[in-house]
Design a binder for this molecule. Structure first.
Ligand code: AMP
Length: 213
């Protein structure tokens, strides 16, 4: 099963993708994670995208399509979860072609709906474990008082450089201008399902499971 999790920054795509990885042996393909990895390891591409990402703008279609193309050629396990990709209509067309080349298809596109106020609250309070990627929130799920990640025990707490109010405004603008048209695109293609992304993690997870059937 190959699925897209579609939603604005802070909708919980990464968190839900991680549970699907654990429970369905799927592979999470997060272009944001791939780009951050490239940035942290100082590759040429990482240097090129660092400023763009910090400003909250989208990196070029060519770069992210190249990253996804590489991953689709690897092991497929229980299928792919596209998290943060596609973000433009050109990326959506490219994904259809890439899957086709691999003899694969898209089984579902799950829209995660969250209101904008909640997004701002979530993102400005967000931290993640640098080791395992577990997501924390200062208000609803704070980093443990003993300083160690509750999932893996690491003390590597991280805040994303672009999780600040200015970048977030830009990221939201990019979402509404360039990514939200994908909802209409996938509705017309068939396979779009919507879930309420605002509830508890377990409730959202149950809604996604239901949407996937
Ligand atoms: P994310 O972790 O998905 O919120 O992505 C963080 C940042 O990486 C975004 O604000 C963009 O600058 C960049 N990015 C991630 N995925 C894409 C994509 N599919 N297309 C363009 N830029 C992307």
């Amino acid at each position: 099963m190959n699925i897209i999790l579609l939603g604005p920054p802070g909708a919980g795509k990464g968190t839900q993708a991680r549970t699907l990885v654990e429970e369905r042996n799927m592979i999470q393909l997060s272009t944001g994670d791939m780009l951050r990895e490239a940035k942290d390891s100082g590759t040429e591409m990482g240097k090129v995208v660092a400023d763009v990402m910090a400003r909250g703008e989208l990196v070029t279609d060519e770069i992210v399509i190249g990253l996804i193309r590489e991953k689709l050629q690897g092991d497929k396990q229980g299928g792919f979860i596209f998290d943060g990709f596609p973000r433009t209509l050109a990326q959506a067309d490219a994904l259809a072609e890439l899957l086709d080349e691999q003899g694969e298809s898209l089984d579902a596109v799950v829209e995660m709906r969250v209101d904008d106020e909640a997004l701002v609250q979530r993102i400005t309070a967000r931290s993640t474990c640098g080791n395992c990627g577990e997501v924390f929130n200062d208000l609803t799920k704070p980093w443990p008082a003993d300083g160690k990640c509750s999932n893996c025990g690491s003390d590597d707490v991280k805040r994303r450089a672009d999780d600040n109010e200015d970048s977030l405004k830009q990221r939201l603008m990019e979402y509404y201008k360039k990514t939200s048209p994908l909802l209409g695109y996938y509705y017309a293609k068939g396979g779009l399902r919507s879930v309420n992304g605002l509830g508890e993690i377990a409730d959202v997870k149950a809604s996604i499971a239901k949407a996937l059937g």
